[in-house]
Design a protein around this ligand. Structure first.
Ligand SMILES: Cc1ncc(COP(=O)(O)O)c(C=O)c1O
Length: 389
């Protein structure tokens, strides 16, 4: 019975969930602790360690007492290097004032949704989508409107966006390469999304976390299109390209009025990225392009190994064009992806993520991550073959 003395949470958290992915990670850790050998294909972390040059830069910064408050939007050399990288590689014309360092891509995305969405607004989200996006939108007391990516690509992007948008729609979440599907949107598709955003006066929140992981086609930044830099907040991370998941380094690119909003959110949440990490980020930006290319070849090998294995056991899977996940239809195992994931974990000791956690459009699929040592992928494929036999 309500006594009027209960402590209550702010309503803005009512619709915000906890990631199922974290719950699966915990289950895998518990199984391993009980002595079970688990093929861990549920994760999304690079197979290699943070390169030494990046680690040394952080250690040097510590030894040189770079341990004080820094400008909350990032130290000047880092922002200069980020502006140069984004202008050259992403072809988004930016000045130093239009970049901000963030605590991972996650803080960039959090700040972007907070900056753009009011309670009662809607955001179009290509689906299946990275699970936290739904929570980030709901945390702004707005509503995610899933737009089936495969329908949009088949039947036309503009018509599909039109079909799912509402008068309250304020933003489009545009992730390429996509997690979990590996879809890489083409330049022509980016142009259609951009034209739609311009026609409806929408803001695009672009998520380019996997920009260096494109096997087919090319990575194309939507903010580089005419008239788009001013209505796009582009979010990047060091996590995937540089194996820096635990460092929590990211950045965002935006123009006014959004940049001031991002600055306020970063200032009042973390007051910036830890100073030594910023020096590590600066060193990471010096990575030669050949190193990204060499790693891409390594990832491609892993992708092909896993995709061949999946197809060999009848789990049909087109090779994903980007990122480091395969997302086959697994209805042969079970129609409901949560049950399929449980069966695979219990019977073959293979941990995956049920497609339904990435939105209704992911149902019937499982996400298999292949950012793993080759031997681990081979072992998982063997376990899969033994399971279907
Ligand atoms: C699509 C996508 N965006 C953004 C991120 C954010 O990564 P981080 O917060 O580690 O930078 C991830 C991480 O898995 C991701 O998959």
């Amino acid at each position: 019975m309500a006594t009027g003395t209960e402590l209550r949470l702010a309503h803005r958290l009512d619709e915000v969930g906890f990631s199922d992915i974290v719950q699966i990670r915990n289950k895998v850790m518990a199984l391993r602790a009980s002595g079970m050998q688990v093929h861990a294909l549920h994760g999304g972390e690079p197979y290699f360690e943070t390169p030494d040059a990046i680690k040394f830069a952080a250690v040097t910064a510590l030894v040189q007492n770079q341990t004080h408050y820094a400008p909350s939007s990032g130290i000047a050399p880092l922002r200069e290097a980020l502006a140069a990288k984004v202008s050259a590689k992403n072809r988004i014309p930016v000045t130093v004032d239009q970049v901000i360092a963030t605590v991972g891509g996650s803080q960039a995305l959090y700040a972007a949704f907070q900056a753009v969405l009011d309670p009662g607004d809607d955001a179009l989200v290509f689906s299946p989508y990275w699970t936290p996006i739904g929570d980030l939108v709901r945390g702004a007391q707005a509503r995610p409107l899933p737009v089936p990516t495969s329908t949009a690509r088949r039947s036309g992007i503009t018509a599909t966006l039109e079909q799912f948008s509402t008068p309250q729609t304020r933003a489009i979440y545009y992730n390429t390469p996509q997690n979990p599907s590996g879809v890489v949107f083409t330049r022509a598709e980016a142009e259609e999304v951009a034209a739609f955003a311009r026609a409806r006066n929408l803001v695009v929140i672009a998520d380019e976390a996997y920009e260096d992981l494109v096997y087919e086609g090319e990575h194309f930044s939507i903010a580089s299109l005419p008239g788009m830099a001013k209505r796009t907040i582009t979010c990047f991370t060091f996590s995937k390209s540089y194996a820096m998941t635990g460092w929590r380094g990211g950045y965002a690119v935006a123009q006014e009025p959004f940049m001031t909003a991002l600055r306020k959110i970063v200032l009042y949440s973390t007051n910036g990225v830890p100073t030594p990490v910023q020096y590590a980020m600066l060193a990471a930006l010096e990575t030669p392009e050949q190193e990204h290319k060499a790693r891409l070849a390594e990832y491609r090998k892993r992708r092909d190994l896993l995709v061949d294995g999946l197809n060999a056991v009848g789990l049909e899977c087109e090779p994903p064009a980007g990122a480091f996940y395969a997302f086959p239809n697994v209805e042969k195992i079970h129609r409901i992806s949560r049950t399929a994931a449980e069966i695979l974990l219990d019977k073959a000791h293979i941990a995956t993520i049920p497609g339904s956690v990435f939105g209704a459009q992911g149902e019937g699929h499982l996400r298999f991550g292949y950012a793993l040592p080759v031997a681990e992928i081979e072992a998982a494929v063997e376990a899969l073959k033994a399971f279907v036999r």
